[in-house]
Design a protein around this ligand. Structure first.
Ligand code: DOR
Length: 456
């Protein structure tokens, strides 16, 4: 692997942006200094005054393989990630078959090992498979989830009783539960009430704020009862933020280690119910688009640390699948490639500081999901050279047909994004305007319960 010197760049170190050069050797960052003298001939990247930043870690993607490769597969999903400046993903279990036992885990791992161009973790699904959770943990799942408290893509939703049992097992393993919090009873009631309303907007009303907040409250109670560490996926409602803020206060004031963490998606930060007219059924996702008060409060919560990280819920479906009535369109929008571009524009518009943006896209996810021990998420000497080079003055218009997901469309069509000039994963340039990496170069990052390194 050639060593790389990034010249004429700025880095965000010690809380401020400063001119620097960055040396990468054997896949690691080995020096960050004002000027670096190297004897040997290196590959030199001239950043032309642009920034060298940690690449993003997206802990919430659905790469659809096995079973739904018409929507995405590990190669196209990982290319989409790399082109958007993401060098590590963690993939959710609602594939076909779902990742709920040894066989399905091994099948997914094999495919990902063969095809992914970036590093990855795999979640273990939770259905009625409670007795399989310990073996999944030993096989190396990063965490358990997403645990669906209400119906969504893949029909993996579970009853409160199963959820309770699962949390007890997860707590005993010392693992973490990742929770899709929506209340099934409220959803069913609202949906039946709205059954004759075929407007796209009806989807937001079918899963109102309370549908999420009631489930968050229930999950907090059950996680506390079982002593389980819990991470909330895609928080979208300001009432949920209130509940999490209260927990954070209690944790901080009682000195207990933080037990609850949470993520927010770019679509809940940057889109709202005002986008229904533009998006129609393409704007359907779970939890749904919220009215404009919510994105504002989510951004505040991300800035003040109540919400810990951003993750995309990259959930590609084909145009043909989405281009139907709101009731039959599958929920989900692609997003892994636009995560960093949208967040960089948010920084440019002063919606959050650059340092916080780095925390929520890189350091934070690595810390919560145990990836720091793999040298991920820290821009410092000795850590993996997972970096992007970006030119903050080069804002471009997001266009679905320029993206790399099989979905071929994006809910952010026409919005601004700052895309990376280069994406470097473990010291290898994987994107420079084109995908340069070979299939299968991505590495599996087993979770902390990993103890079974089995052959096929
Ligand atoms: O909108 C969604 N789509 N929400 C989910 O929780 C699942 C996802 C998918 O897999 O399509």
């Amino acid at each position: 692997m050639p060593d790389i010197l990034i010249k004429n760049t700025k880095v965000f170190v010690n809380n401020y942006l400063q001119p620097a050069e960055v040396l990468i050797e054997d896949g690691k960052i080995t020096e960050i200094a004002r000027q670096i003298d190297v004897q040997r001939l290196n590959e030199v990247i001239d950043a032309k005054g642009g920034l060298t930043l940690p690449a993003a870690i997206d802990v919430h993607v659905h790469f659809r393989e096995p079973g739904m490769t018409e929507k995405e597969d590990w190669y196209t999903g990982s290319c989409s990630a790399a082109a958007g400046g993401v060098t590590t993903v963690i993939e959710h279990p609602n594939t076909i078959p779902p990742t709920i036992d040894r066989k399905s885990f091994k099948e997914k791992l094999k495919l990902a090992n063969r095809k992914s161009i970036i590093d990855f973790g795999i979640y273990g699904g939770v259905t009625g498979n409670i007795e399989k959770l310990p073996e999944l943990w030993e096989l190396g799942v990063t965490a358990f989830g997403e645990i669906f408290m209400a119906e969504s893509t893949g029909a993996l939703n579970i009853s409160e009783e199963t959820f309770d049992k699962a949390l007890s097992v997860i707590a005993n393993l010392g693992a973490m539960a990742c929770i899709h919090a929506e209340d099934e009873k409220i959803r069913l009631e609202c949906e039946s009430f709205l059954k004759n309303d075929h407007s796209p907007q009806s989807h937001s009303r079918a899963r109102p704020n309370m549908c999420e907040a009631v489930a968050v409250k229930k999950a907090i109670e059950l996680a506390k009862k079982n002593g389980a560490q819990a991470h909330f996926c895609h928080i979208s409602a300001f009432e949920s933020v209130g509940l999490l803020r209260k927990e954070r206060y209690l944790e901080q004031s009682s000195g207990y280690p933080v037990r609850f963490t949470s993520e927010v998606t770019p679509h809940h930060l940057f889109l709202s119910t005002r986008d229904w007219d533009r998006l129609g059924s393409f704007g359907k996702m779970n939890p749904p688009l919220r009215d404009r008060r919510n994105p504002k409060m989510l951004l505040n919560a991300l800035n003040d640390g109540t919400i810990n990280i951003v993750a995309t819920d990259h959930a590609p479906h084909t145009e043909a699948e989405k281009d139907v009535g709101i009731k039959s369109a599958p929920p989900g929008v692609p997003g892994v490639e636009t995560l960093l571009p949208l967040m960089l524009v948010a920084v440019k518009r002063n919606l959050l500081p650059l340092g916080r943006m780095i925390d929520v896209t890189s350091r934070g996810p690595a810390g919560i999901f145990g990836l720091t021990r793999y040298s991920k998420g820290v821009f410092a000497e000795g850590f993996d050279a997972d970096v992007v080079v970006v030119d903050p003055s080069r804002t471009s218009v997001i266009k679905g047909d320029l993206l790399h997901s099989k979905a071929g469309w994006t809910p952010y069509e026409g919005m601004d994004g700052i895309f990376p000039e280069y994406t470097i994963s473990r010291g290898e340039v994987v994107w420079d305007g084109e995908i340069l990496a070979s299939r299968g170069r991505g590495r599996f990052l087993p979770g902390k319960g990993f103890s079974r390194d089995e052959e096929d």
